[in-house]
Design a protein around this ligand. Structure first.
Ligand code: HEC
Ligand code: HEC
Ligand code: HEC
Ligand code: HEC
Length: 429
């Protein structure tokens, strides 16, 4: 940005992000320049192309660490050496498991969190004692001091870098042996063999487990799933659920029209057209007719154990069973509502919207994640998930992460190159 453009920009939105050519050796100063009206965030090292243009920060009581001067930071250092360094390390770089680095963390975030600890808002923490007797002034100085320090070195590029397994690809591989009976991509070509595409992954996993533990009796399937572990069952189920479903390429002998009338009592659970809305209830649309008929017979004679279906099938005559099977086989199957899980890179892209490029927050209120200890990041994400640490934004984000996602994201951020920031208050005009 040219100088006049930059000025205009400041005037328009009140805040601007500046690159400094001085490079990485720039000392992290926190300088108050006149009356605050706008906030200038100076980042280093220079990352010309990746910079978002601006950070908008409103004035507020919690911005006070940004007004701190060198003297305040020096006082913060004395306090920190006396009360914090034992756990957080000299210069805010922690060598203690589960204790976060504080060096280079964003100043307003640090101050906000210290106040949260004081009010008991982050539970079960040794921090509550550490800050109990500190006054507000001390918290501001501590925040200013830690924010001014050079951040920790990131973990080496390979740390925690477990090769990312694509669950869908893994499922496809594990399902190679299933195609002979269940058809390529789970669409049956063999009468008596169920299609698997179009079934909800929860139902598929439950069915595989039921064969494995003997709750559902079928010697062929029991033998086939005996050596498949739970993770692979999930992968297989996901793979089939993501295939485009189609009607089984098998004949049916019953009468569809009669079947349609007989299906009225089934619609409440299996859907009007055999597409179920409940993951635990299998869809029947497009299913192989011979399999549907055999399943109903099995419920009827008790060889397949299910209290609900037993009662319903008991009342069905053999002819009605064939007709029902023909009706369902003729319906159009739908894909269950599942999405391919996000990779770590895709997740991180979402996290970076608030936490900055590669976890380098440019908002003084949002924590940087880059080069933070992986063990601490993992703990924190769990704390958000259980509600032990409260944040509406993070509760929503962490609730949808799997255990694997949490560990991979923690390792990902621990490996990122940290970029310290200097926030300067500048006059509006
Ligand atoms: C007995 C060890 C101990 C002492 C002493 C200690 N801390 Fe901590 N601190 C921790 C632990 C453990 C955590 C992480 C707790 C959690 O997950 O809430 C933490 C977390 C923090 C956080 C939150 C960091 C973040 O990224 O959210 C801040 C800020 C902090 N400490 C500042 C301080 C300051 C300032 C002092 C000195 C006044 C201090 N701590 C003293 C152990 C300590
Ligand atoms: C030799 C043929 C054969 C092979 C190979 C085979 N299956 Fe099956 N599968 C069947 C038969 C037959 C049934 C119906 C059994 C019953 O009546 O419970 C079935 C049923 C199922 C069901 C239940 C479907 C439903 O609608 O309830 C699932 C899930 C399943 N198989 C998964 C698999 C997976 C995964 C593989 C590969 C690891 C596999 N099958 C390999 C024959 C086979
Ligand atoms: C109260 C809800 C409910 C109603 C009503 C109901 N079902 Fe079911 N149905 C289920 C559930 C749940 C299962 C899965 C049971 C299991 O795991 O064996 C199931 C399983 C089935 C299966 C096995 C599908 C497969 O992929 O293995 C068939 C076939 C079936 N139902 C047909 C029918 C027909 C035909 C009717 C109407 C006469 C009917 N159902 C009514 C809940 C219901
Ligand atoms: C909508 C904005 C937003 C998004 C998206 C977001 N976060 Fe956050 N995150 C926040 C805010 C705000 C905080 C501080 C909350 C607090 O006070 O506890 C935070 C805090 C955190 C912390 C605690 C940092 C510390 O030092 O204690 C971690 C770890 C974290 N986020 C990780 C993530 C991850 C991983 C993702 C992506 C899966 C993510 N966040 C997505 C806004 C967001």
């Amino acid at each position: 940005m040219s100088e006049p453009v930059k000025k205009a920009f400041i005037a328009r939105i009140g805040t601007v992000f500046l690159n400094i050519s001085a490079g990485r050796s720039l000392p992290a100063l926190i300088t108050a320049v006149g009356i605050a009206g706008a906030l200038l965030a100076l980042g280093y090292p220079r990352t010309a192309r990746t910079q978002p243009a601006a950070v908008t920060v409103a004035n507020g009581e919690d911005l006070r660490p940004l007004y701190a001067n060198a003297e305040d930071a020096a006082e913060g250092k004395r306090l920190a050496n006396a009360s914090c360094a034992g756990c957080h390390g000299a210069n805010g770089i922690s060598i203690t498991p589960d204790v976060p680095h504080l060096a280079g963390q964003r100043p307003v975030y640090l101050y906000d969190e210290l106040r949260v600890y004081q009010s008991g808002g982050r539970s079960n923490s040794p921090m509550n004692n550490a800050v109990k007797f500190l006054n507000n002034d001390a918290l501001i100085k501590l925040a200013a001091y830690y924010a001014s320090l050079d951040p920790a070195q990131p973990e080496s590029a390979n740390a925690g870098n477990v090769a990312e397994i694509d669950p869908v690809q893994a499922g496809k591989t594990a399902a190679a042996a299933c195609a002979g009976c269940h058809g390529d991509a789970g669409i049956s070509k063999t009468p008596g063999m169920p299609s698997l595409a179009g079934l909800d992954p929860k139902y598929l996993t439950a069915a595989m487990k039921a064969y494995k533990d003997g709750q559902r009796k079928n010697m062929v399937m029991a033998a086939l799933v005996a050596s498949i572990n739970e993770a692979d069952m999930d992968n297989i189920a996901l793979y089939y659920a993501l295939q485009t479903p189609a009607r089984a390429q098998t004949p049916s002998t019953g009468n569809q029209m009669t079947g349609k009338a007989a299906a009225a009592p089934c619609a409440g659970c299996h859907g009007d057209q055999g597409v179920s809305a409940n993951p635990a209830t299998p869809s029947l649309a497009g299913q192989d007719a011979e399999y549907v008929a055999a399943a109903l017979q099995a419920y009827k004679d008790g060889s397949r154990d299910d209290a609900t279906m037993k009662g319903l099938a008991a009342a069905l005559a053999d002819g009605a069973i064939k007709d029902l099977a023909a009706f369902y086989a003729a319906q159009q199957p739908h894909s269950p509502s599942v999405q391919k899980p996000l990779s770590t890179a895709e997740w991180a892209g979402r996290c970076d919207r608030c936490h900055g490029v590669n976890g380098n927050s440019i908002d003084p209120r949002s924590p940087a994640l880059a080069a933070q200890r992986a063990d601490y990041l993992t703990n924190v994400l769990h704390a958000y998930r259980t509600g032990a640490r409260r944040s509406p934004a993070m509760a929503a984000m962490s609730a949808v992460l799997s255990e694997q996602d949490v560990e991979k994201l923690a390792a990902h951020y621990a490996r990122q190159q940290p970029r310290a920031f200097v926030y300067m208050i500048v006059p509006t005009k």
